[in-house]
Each structure stands twice: as C-alpha cells, then as structure tokens.
Design a protein around this ligand. Structure first.
Ligand SMILES: Cc1cc2nc3c(=O)[nH]c(=O)nc-3n(C[C@H](O)[C@H](O)[C@H](O)COP(=O)(O)O)c2cc1C
Length: 163
C-alpha cells in the first residue's frame, strides 16, 4: 500500500513554530521546529523532535538542556534565519541577541515566551529524534497570549538543512 503523508491533517492543525537552541562546550546551535508538544502534566514534560540531519541535532546530542522558544507572528525573519540557514555554514548567534540560561543553554532575547528543559531521554521517531524535556527555567507569564507564528506563516521557507 502507498505510504500516506500527513499533510491534509497537519495543514488543518497549523501548529505553532518554535526555535529550539542548544549549547555544548563552545558550540551553539538552533533551528526552526514544528514537531513539538507537551506530553506529560505531572511531571511537566515537553517533547521536541530534531532531524538527525541538522547541525542542531549534533550539538543537542552533547547538550544537557534545550531552550524552546515560541515566536510572535511578526518574527518571521527570525524564524527564517533559524529555519533556512544551517549552523554547518553560518554562526546563527552572531546576528541575534541572546543570553545564557542558568544551565548554559542559549535564550533568544527577542522571544517573549520560552522555557529551558533538561534532556531526560532521547527517543527514535523515524528521521527525527525526540528529546524529552523537563522544564528547569522559563520566561515570566505573558500578560496576554501573543498571536503566534504558525506553520502557515512559514510554509514557503526552504529548510537550511534538507533531510
Ligand atoms: C516549516 C519548517 C518546519 C521545520 N520543522 C523542523 C522540526 O520539527 N525539526 C527539525 O529538526 N527541523 C525542522 N525544520 C528544519 C530546520 O529548521 C532547518 O533545516 C534548519 O536550517 C536546520 O538548521 P541547523 O542545521 O543549523 O540545525 C523545519 C523547517 C521548516 C522550514
């Protein structure tokens, strides 16, 4: 039987887009991510899925924590920078303001809503690997939920690191 893709399903969901960052030693990395969701309430856990092809995946393998940021709708160019370039060729952190979380994971100053998560486990998903995260630090509560950048806003982007 022919393999189905999930486009008709995921197009309707129009998931929010994230920038996920990692650091290990002097290496920093980050990429645009659409595959992510909460997966436990007690304990609070979140799962993000990184493509094995990405520079971010390679750094994340050596990291203890990841930072998961959501972007406001108007932050399309920031999303393009992280989603259409690869850290194999550019230093994405040269052009953006960031600071270190308590655990050394990069936090993008432009993002209002983010959390840092300790990597508990990695789970094979197919061409992406799931990083199971327990939150250790997070941005202050947003006064009101921002309009988020979603898949439909960035569908025209060419991934910087094709799988
Ligand atoms: C709409 C869109 C969604 C993406 N979702 C993911 C994702 O869920 N996980 C992932 O690892 N890469 C995802 N990517 C691909 C990476 O963001 C992209 O290849 C990036 O350039 C990789 O950068 P890096 O090599 O520096 O890690 C997505 C790209 C786009 C344009």
């Amino acid at each position: 039987m022919a393999e189905l893709d999930l486009d008709p399903f995921t197009d309707v969901l129009d998931v929010p887009m994230y920038v996920v960052t990692a650091a290990a030693g002097d290496d920093r990395a980050g990429c645009l991510v659409g595959f992510a969701s909460q997966c436990s309430i007690h304990p609070a856990r979140y799962m993000v899925w990184l493509s094995e092809a990405n520079h971010t995946f390679k750094v994340a393998l050596r990291a203890t924590h990841l930072t998961v940021h959501v972007l406001r709708r108007e932050q399309r160019e920031l999303a393009r920078w992280f989603g259409s370039q690869t850290g194999d060729r550019v230093d994405k952190f040269e052009r953006v303001a960031w600071h270190e979380s308590a655990d050394g994971s990069p936090v993008l100053n432009e993002a209002d809503v983010w959390f840092v998560g300790r990597i508990e486990e990695r789970i094979a998903g197919g061409d992406h690997v799931g990083f199971l995260l327990t939150p250790t630090e997070q941005s202050p509560p947003a006064p009101q939920a921002p309009a988020l950048l979603r898949l439909s806003d960035v569908k025209d982007f060419e991934p910087g690191h094709p799988a």
